[in-house]
Write a protein that binds this ligand. Structure first.
Ligand code: HEC
Ligand code: HEC
Ligand code: HEC
Ligand code: HEC
Ligand code: HEC
Length: 442
């Protein structure tokens, strides 16, 4: 019996060891080492109000994340799949994770310390000192010891002084790496690429040696402000001002709205400004053109260009995000002769639409919805930065008379089908945003 007990203990140790990809840094720090964003906000008023209700601030409370992550855990029995389904909190509740509560997704998310509920926050990012690996959040931290001894806050200035905290220039904060380590996500066991925003940027034209062409993540996302979409196809003017309520005027203050394509979640927390900013970002990301020369022979050609995103279009959670083409051909009287990509009565994108997304598989070529089961990528159809793709639509042959062709590139943060499944039919529906459109009369 004794021997068997020891054997079990060994198995237990081994399990701990092999799961260490998930739990290596959990509990590394004490929760009172971290300072609440509210305290930072006392002096950094503007930056705080930009960050408040951003996707980063909401990463733990985001109701779609909460529901999806709970859903993924249901009915799993394979330990590798469970390890993935438990891993979410490392990025979505990072202060909680490094202080040991929550350790895993199935812990009670309501019982985590209040500071952890504030998501990806000031003292987390500004305590970062290095990156251990460029995926699954490899940030290494050196926080202070709470408000009485705040320690060093690291950032872009080499001459910054504050009575409250020490300051230090940090090259890491000026590089895409600080973003990339969380914005590249791999399955913790199968190592399937689940999100590849950083890799896409790294291999793309914006990671150029030529300083005139080089744009980091910060160069677009931390230049954006209301009225300034700051994409690859729009101006990205500097934002002169003050980093703190008292301090010198600076040539550029990096903004902290962290807006991508999702304006709905911030909007749900009553932050309409970010809803508009997300639309401005999406509306300056792509362009389309119609080639209707062969339309009477039954062929319509459309070109789509990723003109504004620093990574693939779309990027991030692209098994989830939807970007697709809606095409209609009408006659002179407005009668519809052909349509593709129109939402059905449930609000679902039809199966045969031209859609830019990713589909994961179970290792045998069958699609899976639960990313915990993602053993392979079976489809990755997206548009690289500054690249153009061509699509051909087959129309009925012999179309006569006046024709009006209308094409829209549409975006939605999540499929209605999935939301209906996870949250119950009709509970949430993300708006469909027109990124760009084109029309031609023949
Ligand atoms: C390595 C860091 C990391 C881990 C681990 C991680 N995520 Fe995320 N998650 C992200 C990033 C980055 C985004 C934003 C990407 C985008 O906008 O497309 C995101 C976005 C999401 C969203 C979209 C939220 C919305 O409202 O649009 C959901 C849902 C989500 N994650 C679920 C999960 C679940 C479930 C897990 C665990 C199985 C998980 N994530 C693990 C980094 C991570
Ligand atoms: C996701 C990580 C992240 C979060 C969260 C974050 N920051 Fe920053 N912050 C940065 C980065 C990166 C820079 C520098 C960008 C560069 O140099 O390219 C920066 C710059 C700054 C600066 C220098 C002035 C400026 O904006 O250029 C201050 C001050 C600052 N942040 C304070 C805050 C405060 C206060 C909060 C919380 C309300 C916060 N940050 C949240 C990453 C973050
Ligand atoms: C009592 C006021 C005060 C509080 C509270 C405060 N700061 Fe600051 N902070 C300042 C001042 C002043 C500066 C200098 C601004 C400048 O140099 O332009 C500064 C600069 C910074 C910088 C730039 C450092 C660099 O070298 O680039 C960062 C990052 C920063 N603060 C983060 C934080 C974070 C995170 C918190 C909360 C944990 C915080 N601050 C709380 C006053 C404060
Ligand atoms: C600690 C991990 C982490 C770091 C570091 C991080 N992010 Fe994020 N980011 C996330 C997660 C998780 C989400 C999704 C949050 C949610 O579901 O609400 C997100 C969301 C975003 C979004 C909104 C996406 C959307 O769909 O609208 C943008 C934009 C973004 N991050 C940019 C950045 C930039 C730029 C940096 C670097 C300065 C950065 N992130 C650093 C984890 C991180
Ligand atoms: C040249 C400008 C530019 C650069 C550089 C850039 N982005 Fe973006 N980003 C955009 C635009 C435009 C969008 C909106 C279109 C979209 O959703 O892809 C966007 C969207 C996003 C989204 C939301 C994607 C979604 O649809 O859910 C995330 C997350 C993001 N960016 C993160 C990053 C990170 C991390 C980096 C650096 C590795 C980066 N971005 C570099 C312009 C840029």
């Amino acid at each position: 019996m004794k021997c068997r007990g020891r054997g079990l203990f060994l198995v237990f140790l081994l399990v701990l060891f092999f799961n260490s990809g998930l739990s290596a840094e959990t509990g590394e720090f004490e929760v009172d080492q971290f300072i609440s964003p509210d305290v930072c906000g006392d002096c950094h008023t503007d930056i705080y109000s930009q960050w408040e209700n951003s996707m980063h601030n909401l990463s733990h409370r985001d109701p779609v994340y909460e529901a999806v992550s709970a859903f993924l855990l249901k009915g799993l029995s394979d330990k590798d799949e469970i390890a993935e389904a438990e891993s979410c909190v490392k990025c979505h509740t990072p202060v909680g994770f490094v202080t040991g509560n929550p350790k895993k997704r199935s812990d009670d998310l309501n019982k985590v310390p209040d500071i952890a509920k504030q998501g990806i926050q000031c003292d987390y990012c500004h305590s970062a000192v290095s990156v251990e690996k460029m995926y699954n959040n490899g940030l290494q931290l050196s926080p202070g010891h709470g408000e009485d001894d705040p320690g060093i806050k690291r950032g872009p200035f080499d001459d910054s002084e504050s009575d409250f905290h020490d300051s230090e220039f940090s090259e890491l904060h000026t590089k895409a790496d600080i973003c990339g380590t969380c914005h590249d996500v791999k399955h913790v066991v199968f190592k399937t690429d689940l999100e590849t925003t950083y890799q896409e940027w790294k291999k793309g034209p914006y990671n150029s040696r030529n300083p005139k062409k080089r744009i980091t993540c910060q160069g677009c996302h931390m230049y954006q402000r209301p009225g300034v979409p700051a994409t690859g196809s729009t101006e990205r003017p500097a934002n002169p001002g003050y980093a703190s309520d008292d301090g010198p005027e600076r040539d550029h203050i990096f903004t902290h709205y962290f807006v991508g394509g999702n304006g709905f979640i911030p909007g749900n927390f009553k932050d309409k400004e970010k809803t508009i900013m997300a639309e401005q970002r999406l509306k300056n990301a792509a362009s389309i053109s119609i080639d209707s020369k062969k339309i009477r022979k039954g062929k319509l050609k459309i070109k789509v260009t990723n003109s504004g995103a620093g990574h693939y279009l779309p990027t991030g959670l692209t098994d989830f995000r939807q970007m697709w083409l809606e095409v209609t051909v009408k006659d002179g009287k407005g009668k519809e002769l052909y349509a593709s990509g129109k939402l059905d009565k449930n609000g679902y994108v039809p199966e045969d639409a031209v859609i830019y997304n990713t589909i994961f598989g179970d290792g045998k070529g069958n699609p899976v919805v639960n990313i915990s089961k993602a053993r392979e990528v079976i489809k990755d159809k997206r548009i690289k930065p500054l690249k153009t793709v061509k699509e051909t639509f087959k129309l009925p042959k012999g179309l006569k008379g006046d024709l009006i062709v209308k094409v829209r590139l549409l975006y939605r943060s999540a499929p209605q089908k999935l939301l209906d499944m996870v949250l119950g039919k009709g509970t949430i529906s993300f708006p469909v945003i027109t990124m760009t459109e084109a029309e031609t009369k023949i």
